[in-house]
Design a protein around this ligand. Structure first.
Ligand SMILES: [Zn+2]
Length: 444
């Protein structure tokens, strides 16, 4: 009898996992290269989307661009019984004290929120940028098509909204076009502050910035590899947390890094033809992006982008010099690649928004003992937990054990010194949360 029940429950869990898989594969198949191409073209045709460009014209400048993005989100919302709450979120920036601000202006983000059915105040965010720039970032008149930087990320975000709005998720998903990126990450800073004021529980930010170039300045052509940038630990950590890290580890296990590992794993599982490349740094060397303002406030956030950039096609006036064609024009964008990276975002948004919250408090023990022990607070909505571990030199969670619906567990024969550990929550639907790295120590 016991084995029959076991067989049935095993069968049941196979069915659940099969459904989970089918939903994510269906999402991948629904992302449209054609629609992404069309949207990038529309954005490019606004001439310039410099944050300080014209706001009144209906055909040129940042004003026309953001109104079009808003209307696009509203059109999507109509196809899902108004499932998106679409609005402008804006902050005023002034010339005074800002070297890269040519005149006072409103920095306007376009936000579309798909409310979660179970955890409406938990948010996973996908962002792209509305704005573009010419060679001189203060020049808001010259054409700046910004086809790859960053109409590609913006178009991907709109396309993810189109596809995912046809589903319902337990947590909320935000699709956002941010502005003011090129002059100082103003839009991201504004929205991060807004999120804090509204007390949003942000699971993480997937910032998409340049997801359409496959031909690098290094001569490499690669339509499979993409980068996931994540900072090592939150900049908001306390002095005490910093001190404890010396003794208990965690130098490469901050919240953004766990989000990066989640994306890595989802990609390897559902789109194994792609090569996710985790880069262990906040962003490119000395350069920035719109996930940073969220990181600044202690939120988890990563940057998704192409692996091989072409600098003659970024932040450049359109021109030809010594036989080199400069400018971020649409001819250089590979729409199929932008589609793949959009699909990677979409399955991660879907997976995270379908999963229960990660365990908040995870305590670890086992000093001078042959086994490692864990205690954690159970999460409402989770039916079980998975303990992950890895060699200290490995970037990915290579070993795991499902331990059921318990709040403590001992991994026998595993010595605490030789691995790093973490715990994820599992939902009834089979979806998993991001891994929580232990944040407490116990001795007994
Ligand atoms: Zn840029």
């Amino acid at each position: 009898m016991k084995s029959l029940i076991f067989t049935i429950s095993l069968l049941f869990s196979y069915v659940i996992v099969a459904q989970t898989n089918q939903q994510l594969y269906a999402i991948i198949d629904s992302i449209s290269e054609k629609r992404i191409q069309k949207d990038i073209l529309t954005l490019v045709n606004f001439g310039t989307r410099n944050t300080f460009s014209d706001t009144l014209s209906n055909t040129r400048g940042i004003g026309a661009a953001r109104r079009w993005i808003k209307s696009e989100f509203e059109t999507i919302s109509k196809t899902c019984h108004n499932c998106l709450n679409v609005f402008y979120q804006k902050d005023f920036v002034s010339k005074k004290g800002n070297k890269r601000v040519p005149h006072d202006a409103w920095v306007v983000n376009v936000v579309a929120i798909q409310k979660g059915t179970k955890y409406p105040n938990r948010y996973i965010i996908m962002s792209g940028d509305i704005d573009s720039r010419a060679s001189d970032t203060m020049d808001y008149n010259t054409d700046a098509p910004g086809a790859n930087d960053n109409a590609s990320g913006m178009a991907g975000t709109i396309e993810a909204a189109r596809v995912l709005s046809q589903y319902k998720f337990e947590s909320s998903i935000i699709y956002v076009g941010l502005s003011g990126e090129e002059q100082g990450l103003f839009g991201g800073a504004g929205l991060a502050k807004y999120a804090k004021e509204k007390n949003w529980d942000i699971i993480g930010v997937l910032n998409n910035d340049m997801i359409g170039n496959i031909k690098g300045i290094d001569g490499v052509i690669d339509n499979r590899t993409f980068r996931i940038f994540s900072e090592p630990v939150a900049p908001t950590e306390t002095e005490r947390e910093r001190t404890l890290r010396r003794f208990y580890g965690g130098e490469v296990d901050g919240i953004s890094r766990q989000l990066a590992r989640y994306i890595y794993k989802t990609t390897k599982t559902y789109m194994p033809e792609m090569n996710p490349m985790m880069v262990y740094r906040l962003d490119r060397f000395g350069r920035g992006g719109h996930h940073r303002p969220f990181n600044d406030l202690g939120y988890s956030g990563i940057r998704i982008m192409e692996a091989h950039e072409n600098y003659t096609q970024q932040h450049q006036d359109i021109r030809e010099e010594n036989g080199i064609k400069y400018g971020d024009v649409i001819e250089h964008v590979n729409f199929e690649y932008a589609k793949k990276l959009t699909a990677i975002n979409a399955i991660n948004l879907a997976s995270i928004a379908s999963a229960p919250p990660a365990p908040m408090h995870v305590a670890i023990g086992g000093i001078v003992q042959p086994s490692v022990k864990f205690k954690w607070n159970k999460v409402k909505g989770a039916i079980g937990y998975k303990i992950y571990w890895r060699d200290t030199t490995s970037p990915t969670w290579d070993y795991s054990r499902y331990v059921g619906n318990v709040s403590e567990f001992t991994l026998k024969g595993i010595v605490i010194d030789n691995y790093f550990f973490g715990i994820a929550s599992i939902g009834k639907n089979g979806f998993e949360s991001v891994v929580t790295f232990p944040n407490k120590i116990f001795k007994d």
